[in-house]
Design a binder for this molecule. Structure first.
Ligand SMILES: Cc1cc2nc3c(=O)[nH]c(=O)nc-3n(C[C@H](O)[C@H](O)[C@H](O)COP(=O)(O)OP(=O)(O)OC[C@H]3O[C@@H](n4cnc5c(N)ncnc54)[C@H](O)[C@@H]3O)c2cc1C
Length: 370
C-alpha cells in the first residue's frame, strides 16, 4: 500500500466512489478512505429510486442536474457492469399511485402532468375496476389510480460497489481506516491523518455523507450536513409480487432485485441513531397493510436503518472548499444521493482535473450558507 496518492477521498459511499470512478477515467490515481466498508451506510441501504422529475428541488433548482444525472445513469448502465464485474439491476419501471379519497388527487394530478410532459415518460389514470384488475389484492377502498412510466431503479449497494470496483480496476486504491484530521501547509492540504498513519495527497475530497460536518471542522469551513434517518422493511410476501411499485395511503411499496417487497421509508431527525425502531416497524406495516391488506401476513425479512446526508435547503454541496486550494466537497445529497452520484462525481472530477465542469452544479456551492 502506498503512503501517498494524487487525490484522497474521505468516504466510500456513492459520492466518494463516483468521484473515484470519474477521476480514474481521467487518469488520476485516487485513494478512497473508508472506515467501515464500501456502501455500508446510506449508499447500501437506500431504495435505489432514480426519479429525476420529482422530489425536493424538482421541479426547481435540482431539475437540470437531475435530468443530466438520469441520462448519465442510462449511459453507465450500458458499460459499468462490464467495467466492474458487478451486476446492479438498473431498469426502467412504472409505478402506480392509489387514491383513497379526493384529497389524494391534487398530488396525483401533479405527477400525471409532470410525467406526461417529460420526454421518455408517460402517465394515465386508472379507475377502481382497472386498479383491481391490475392488482386484486389492493385495498377495495382504493378509488382511483395513476400509472406513471419512465422512472428507473437500481440496487444502491451494488451500484456503489460497481463504481468502486471499476475504479479499483483502473488504479484506485481502497483503504480501510478512519480519517482523523488533515495536514496542511498554507492554503493547501498536504495529507490525511489516519488512525494508523498518514497519507500524503495532492488534493482531498470530502464525501463522508452525514459525517461531513466533522471534516468541515478540520477545514475551518461550515459544512451544514445533518443525519436524516430512514428505515425500510423488506417483506417476504409468500405469493406473487405485485405487477408494479405501488404507493398510497401513506405507503410506498417497491419491487426490488432481492425478490422482497420493500416498504419505505421513514424520515426522522434522530441524530446519529442508526437503530431499527419499533416506531418504523409499526408505521411502515400500518401503511403497507392499508394499501394491500394481505401484507398483514408478510414476514419482515429485513429491517434496515441508515442516515441520509441532509443540508438546510435539501440541495447538495458540490465544489471547492472556501479558503483552500485543493479541497473539494461532494456531499449533502439528502434523499437523492444515488440519483445524483454520477453527476456530482463527474463534476468534482472535472473541477479537480480542469478547474471547471459542464455538469450543471450552479447553486450547490457551500458558500451559499455563509
Ligand atoms: C431509507 C433511505 C432511502 C433512500 N432512497 C433513495 C432513493 O430512492 N434514491 C436516491 O437517489 N437516494 C436515496 N437515498 C439517499 C441516498 O442513499 C444518499 O443520499 C446517499 O447514499 C449518500 O451517499 P454518500 O456517499 O454521500 O454518503 P454515505 O453513503 O453515508 O457514505 C459516506 C461514507 O463515509 C464514511 N465516513 C464518514 N466519516 C469517515 C471518516 N472520518 N473516515 C473514513 N470514512 C468515513 C462512512 O462510513 C460512509 O461509508 C435514500 C436514503 C435512505 C436512508
Amino acid at each position: 500500500m502506498t503512503d501517498s496518492t494524487q487525490v484522497a477521498i474521505i468516504g466510500g459511499g456513492a459520492m466518494g466512489c463516483a468521484v473515484a470512478y470519474y477521476l480514474a477515467k481521467a487518469g488520476v490515481r485516487s485513494t478512497i478512505i473508508e472506515r467501515e466498508g464500501i456502501a455500508t451506510q446510506a449508499s447500501g441501504y437506500n431504495a435505489g429510486g432514480l426519479n429525476p422529475l420529482q422530489g425536493a428541488g424538482i421541479p426547481g433548482p435540482l431539475s437540470d442536474i437531475a435530468a443530466a444525472t438520469f441520462k448519465m445513469h442510462g449511459d453507465l448502465a450500458q458499460r459499468l457492469e462490464d467495467e466492474s464485474g458487478v451486476e446492479y439491476h438498473h431498469k426502467t419501471i412504472a409505478f402506480v399511485t392509489v387514491a383513497f379519497d379526493d384529497s389524494d388527487i391534487p398530488d396525483m394530478k401533479e405527477t400525471h402532468d409532470i410525467f406526461e410532459a417529460a420526454d421518455g415518460f408517460d402517465a394515465h389514470w386508472l379507475d377502481a375496476a382497472e386498479l383491481r384488475q391490475m392488482e386484486p389484492r389492493l385495498n377495495p377502498e382504493a378509488q382511483r389510480g395513476l400509472y406513471a412510466y419512465g422512472n428507473a431503479i437500481l440496487s444502491g449497494y451494488d451500484f456503489t460497489l460497481a463504481l468502486a470496483r471499476a475504479a479499483e480496476r483502473m488504479g484506485t486504491e481502497i483503504r480501510q481506516g478512519r480519517a482523523a484530521g488533515l495536514q496542511t501547509a498554507g492554503d493547501r492540504i498536504t495529507g490525511i491523518t489516519l488512525e494508523d498513519g498518514e497519507l500524503a495527497c495532492d488534493a482531498v475530497v470530502i464525501a463522508s455523507g452525514p459525517w461531513s460536518a466533522q471534516a468541515g471542522e478540520w477545514l475551518g469551513v461550515s459544512i451544514p450536513v445533518e443525519p436524516y434517518k430512514g428505515e425500510i422493511l423488506r417483506l417476504s410476501i409468500g405469493g406473487a409480487m405485485p405487477p408494479y411499485d405501488f404507493s398510497g395511503g401513506g405507503a410506498n411499496l417497491h419491487i426490488r432485485a432481492d425478490g422482497l417487497l420493500w416498504a419505505g421509508a421513514t424520515e426522522e431527525r434522530k441524530g446519529f441513531d442508526r437503530q431499527p425502531s419499533e416506531y418504523a416497524r409499526h408505521t411502515l406495516m400500518k401503511g403497507a397493510t392499508k394499501l394491500m391488506p394481505f401484507l398483514k401476513d408478510a414476514e419482515i425479512a429485513r429491517h434496515t436503518a441508515c442516515l441520509r446526508p441532509l443540508t438546510p435547503d435539501w440541495l447538495p454541496i458540490v465544489g471547492t472548499a472556501p479558503g483552500w486550494d485543493n479541497a473539494y466537497l461532494a456531499t449533502g445529497a439528502g434523499k437523492k444521493g444515488i440519483l445524483l452520484a454520477p453527476a456530482i462525481g463527474n463534476a468534482v472530477a472535472d473541477i479537480i482535473t480542469g478547474g471547471d465542469t459542464e455538469v450543471p452544479i450552479g447553486g450547490f456551492d457551500v458558500r451559499r450558507f455563509e
